[in-house]
Design a protein around this ligand. Structure first.
Ligand SMILES: Cc1cc2nc3c(=O)[nH]c(=O)nc-3n(C[C@H](O)[C@H](O)[C@H](O)COP(=O)(O)OP(=O)(O)OC[C@H]3O[C@@H](n4cnc5c(N)ncnc54)[C@H](O)[C@@H]3O)c2cc1C
Length: 454
């Protein structure tokens, strides 16, 4: 079977990988830019190689390890040396208690030992939590913020859960799908054992990983593997249209038409939506309606004394209630062992929230000036900038609204009917935005597309 994969980010590469697991597939991958990897992108700040987009992935997902094991690169994994986050609130840095489930409290100590909250807020949270646990009401709706408010109250939700969970996607827990964003917490609230796989091996991996040579090493190893397994990789080739024929799907790219039996679209939602406009109008409308948020990632090499911050702290999160552009600061020397000996310290500063696009229009020098002034207040130290790189990720995160899963099922059903299952979808807007979840969506798309059409 001749299959085309559109998009050469991690999702498209993973689709091609799973397709090559079967001898029956002849695979062509289209990537519109000169480079593979999509949002996984490495560049230089001064002499230092840094990640402009993602810098780690969670290890509790099996599909990405199928790829890592097949490539024989498991021994190249590296893990952050610090995983604890601080929250900056009311002009001070506060640690979070250990043992929370995605920030959610499971014991009285998690509430009373929580320095982010004032004494009165702790008492109010405790009463709410106790009352909720005693009643264990049925969970109503899929709005994570509302579910949190009902179970631990507003202060805990806004000061801890919102920056921890909502902040990841430059968004908020209010109006976010609980099923997609925090399934572990839903399991906890329902009083059932978590359905999230746990590494039961003798030497379980730490929760986060990257590669010693950066995430681009995964992209490079994977594309080498694909090429040596006969995948045709067409870079600099933008797919501009799809046409369903009686026998398959025509792909239009750079003015040429090529026929395939099946196609997987592994692009961001907006690109998939426009390619499907005429092929499956319902799917296109539903996919296009997924809102997206923007972030700006500023990597700054600085001289600063950070010795007053515990070496186990990898970063600081700033709740929406605080008057800052900055949403999070990653402390490079604490997070990555190889950066500890560098003379300059690396700070990765994120800015951008849902509805706030000002960070996209500020000139880079001005933005860095502003973010560093905020970092001095937040980290409580003088900072002198040596080098910086600003990367804008416009409309890059899908916003998972309540009942997102049901909307996606409807979109996929429409696509399957309109194309007789000849076109499949994979990517960060389906099941969740993390790299392992993108890989999982790729495996599902390949399984679906490989099934015989009835
Ligand atoms: C700043 C930032 C930080 C992040 N941090 C993390 C993190 O630490 N951990 C984590 O797990 N995840 C993180 N993520 C999320 C993760 O990076 C993404 O969800 C994931 O990389 C998306 O991969 P993808 O292949 O689905 O999409 P993309 O990486 O966007 O790739 C899509 C590809 O399709 C190509 N394309 C689009 N249209 C066409 C067309 N018509 N024809 C041909 N090619 C086309 C594009 O050029 C692109 O290369 C982060 C994201 C950002 C932006």
């Amino acid at each position: 079977m001749k299959v085309a994969v559109v998009g050469g980010g991690i999702t498209g590469l993973a689709c091609a990988f799973f397709l090559t697991q079967s001898q029956d597939h002849q695979v062509t991958l289209y990537e519109k830019t000169k480079q593979l990897g999509g949002k996984i992108r490495e560049s230089k700040v001064g002499e230092l190689s840094i990640e402009e987009g993602p810098d780690v992935f969670v290890t509790r997902s099996s599909e990405i390890f199928e790829i890592i094991s097949a490539l024989g690169i498991r021994d190249r994994l590296t893990h952050p040396s610090a995983n604890r986050a601080l929250i900056y609130r009311k002009k001070a840095l506060h640690p979070l208690p250990l043992g929370l489930t995605l920030g959610f409290p499971t014991s009285k100590e998690h509430i009373f030992g929580n320095e982010v909250l004032t004494q009165a807020e702790r008492l109010k949270t405790y009463v709410k939590w106790l009352y909720y646990n005693a009643r264990r009401p049925r969970i109503i709706g899929d709005d994570l913020g509302q579910i949190f408010e009902r179970s631990v109250g507003r202060s805990y939700t806004n000061s801890i859960l919102d920056p921890l969970l909502g902040g990841i996607n430059a968004a908020t827990v209010y109006g976010a799908s609980a099923e997609i964003t925090a399934p572990q917490v839903l399991d906890l609230l329902r009083g059932i054992p978590s359905t999230i796989p746990v590494d039961k091996s003798e030497n379980p991996l730490p929760p986060f990983a990257s590669f010693k040579q950066g995430l681009s090493f995964l992209v490079k190893s994977l594309s080498d593997h694909l090429q040596s397994n006969g995948v045709e990789i067409l870079r600099d080739t933008q797919v501009s249209g799809l046409r369903i024929t009686t026998t398959g799907v025509d792909i239009i790219a750079n003015g040429d038409v090529e026929s395939f039996d099946k196609v997987i679209l592994a692009t961001p939602s907006s690109h998939a939506g426009s390619l499907l406009k005429d092929v499956s109008p319902i799917c296109s409308t539903l996919v296009n309606a997924i809102r997206r948020t923007s972030v700006t990632m500023s990597t700054v090499l600085v001289s600063a004394d950070l010795s007053h911050i515990d070496s186990q702290v990898s970063g600081v999160l700033i709740p929406r209630s605080e008057p800052y552009f900055t949403t999070a600061i990653t402390l490079g020397p604490n997070k990555w062992p190889s950066w500890q000996s560098l003379e300059a310290k690396v700070l990765r500063i994120s800015s951008g929230r849902l509805e706030d696009r000002a960070h996209l229009s500020l000139e880079p020098k001005m933005l860095v000036h502003l973010l560093v002034a905020e970092a001095m207040e937040i980290l409580g130290t003088d900072i002198k900038v040596e080098e910086y790189r600003v990367t804008r990720w416009d409309e890059s995160f899908a916003r998972f609204s309540p009942y997102h899963r049901q909307i996606i099922s409807k979109a996929q059903r429409a696509l399957s009917q309109d194309t007789s299952s000849k076109v499949g979808l994979a990517g960060s807007y389906l099941l969740g935005s993390g790299i392992p979840t993108c890989v999982k969506s790729a495996k599902i798309a390949v399984t679906n597309i490989s099934a015989p059409t009835i």
